[in-house]
Design a binder for this molecule. Structure first.
Ligand SMILES: Cc1cc2nc3c(=O)[nH]c(=O)nc-3n(C[C@H](O)[C@H](O)[C@H](O)COP(=O)(O)OP(=O)(O)OC[C@H]3O[C@@H](n4cnc5c(N)ncnc54)[C@H](O)[C@@H]3O)c2cc1C
Length: 456
């Protein structure tokens, strides 16, 4: 009797799952396993919003497996120990899992390989489970990764993607391998009120609706803050309830400029992963040092607090920061302008902002978060590292009628039109009636400080 273990990590789905398919094709019995890795908790990565979404994902995965005659086995503890234990309990010959790029994931994979091999169990690691194109599959001459997106995208676009795999019909799980109870969203404290629902079913429903009704407008509307016209698929991509390979195939089939623009964003996701795979230190260290002497947390403490709480006095910044707190998600344009405001206008270390985002974002992801923060801070892969986004100009352009600000900053709900972006310009009597903070920084002063710091 041949038995395998499928270790689910950031790939919590049944559709288009190469490790599961390989396990089912190669062995008669399979143990679908998820380990609540204590090291992830210890690193401060297990925050309420992602724990709640994860709980949804695990329940949904278990339901999907049960519909196919199987079940999910959940264990908690050190991942290497737990996989070894389950493999021994099931008397498994092989373990299948997806490859991943973070330093932690790669150390873990190595540890697991050694521990399993010592017991005579083979570890199979599968690419293109959590990315459309594997990190390292396309490289420029003379380097192990692309440092600039446009040439990467050109090569990425020419790669032939494997065909998506169907969800299995049947999963046969051996008796006698016990599971810890699955977590429940309702037991997680401190969630964002407007947190989205997790799970493969919710992800697939959202994807189908997105491709049918909304992707065609994506190219024109993706930056429209009030229009909320992006896919909101990022948490599903982060937890792997949707497959990037399948997404690219389906979006290409939908076709048109909107779908093309959407596919380009999926390539950004792969781009950051191939950077992190080659430079795992970029999760914490500057990818390109600019010799910054950031304002210390002591010096900028009040500014940082105002930024986190959405009371900087710049309405579009405050709106986006409040959306983050309320939903555990923020529009990409909001992420760009709030990050620029912190790292450049306030000249605070990008790591402070990245940590706050990771504390709240349901899609909070080491590759995408840290490398986007670095991109904005000018220490990353942006070819114009010293550009500074002016929040008022951004607001006028991407929230022209002020609908986004009025939605998230109720103190300004009565201010009509684009005047909402500059409450300091309102007539004194009107301004005095608003319970809204004064600006914490003068934009021109912030810009001068930043330029001086960067030697410009
Ligand atoms: C400072 C900052 C921090 C960020 N932190 C994260 C993070 O922790 N996790 C995360 O998934 N994304 C992050 N992003 C990227 C981007 O903002 C989100 O992926 C996007 O807003 C998610 O919304 P959506 O699913 O509606 O995106 P859509 O516009 O519908 O795009 C589709 C998918 O493409 C990918 N994508 C889109 N933009 C980017 C990008 N700039 N870089 C990489 N992938 C992208 C995402 O997987 C996204 O779900 C960050 C961006 C910035 C500027």
């Amino acid at each position: 009797m041949s038995i395998s273990v499928v270790l689910f990590t950031s790939d919590l789905r049944l559709h288009d799952h190469p490790p599961l398919r390989a396990a089912l094709d190669g062995t008669e019995w399979t143990v679908p396993l998820f380990v609540r890795d204590r090291a992830v908790d210890a690193a401060g990565f297990a925050v309420p919003n992602r724990l709640a979404f994860l709980a949804d994902c695990l329940r949904d995965l278990d339901t999907g497996l049960r519909e196919r005659g199987g079940r999910l086995v959940l264990r908690e503890g050190d991942l290497v120990d737990q996989v070894g234990k389950v493999a021994a309990e099931a008397d498994a010959d092989e373990v299948h899992m997806a490859s991943d790029v973070s330093a932690h994931a790669r150390r873990r994979e190595e540890g697991l390989r050694r521990a399993l091999e010592a017991e005579g169990v083979r570890l199979h690691v599968h690419d293109t489970v959590t990315t459309a194109v594997a990190p390292g599959a396309v490289t420029p001459a003379g380097s192990d990764h692309f440092a600039v997106f446009t040439p990467y995208f050109r090569r990425w676009s020419k790669e032939r993607l494997r065909d998506p795999l169907r969800a299995p019909r049947t999963v046969r799980v051996p008796e006698g391998v016990g599971s810890d109870p699955l977590p429940v969203r309702g037991e997680v404290r401190g969630l964002s009120e407007g947190l989205a629902e997790g799970g493969e079913e919710a992800g697939r429903t959202r994807l189908t609706a997105w491709l049918r009704h909304r992707v065609s407008a994506y190219e024109d509307r993706h930056d429209d803050l009030a229009g909320d016209a992006t896919s909101r698929l990022s948490p599903h991509l982060h937890f792997g309830t949707l497959s990037p390979v399948e997404l690219v195939h389906r979006a290409r089939r939908a076709g048109g400029p909107g779908a093309d623009a959407f596919v380009r964003q999926l390539a950004w996701r792969d781009f950051h992963r191939q950077v992190l795979a080659s430079r795992p230190d970029a999760a914490t260290a500057d990818y390109r040092a600019r010799h910054d002497h950031w304002r210390s947390e002591r010096e900028a403490g009040e500014d940082i607090a105002a930024w986190k709480e959405g009371r900087t006095g710049y309405p579009v910044v405050d709106a986006a920061m409040r959306q983050l707190r309320h939903e555990g998600w923020m529009h990409n344009r909001g992420r760009l302008l709030t990050a620029s405001f912190l790292a450049k206008t306030l000249y605070v270390d990008w790591r402070v902002g990245a940590r706050h985002f990771l504390d709240l974002l349901v899609d909070g992801d080491i590759a995408n978060n840290q490398l986007n923060w670095q991109w904005v801070a000018g220490t990353g892969t942006d070819t114009r590292p010293n550009r500074v986004l002016n929040p008022v100009a951004q607001a006028r352009r991407y929230d022209p009628d002020g609908g986004y600000v009025r939605r998230w900053v109720p103190e300004l709900a009565e201010v009509a039109g684009r005047a909402v972006h500059e409450p300091w310009r309102l007539p004194d009597d009107e301004r005095a009636g608003l319970d809204y903070p004064d600006r914490i920084v003068d934009l021109a002063e912030g810009l001068t400080r930043f330029k001086r710091a960067r030697g410009r």
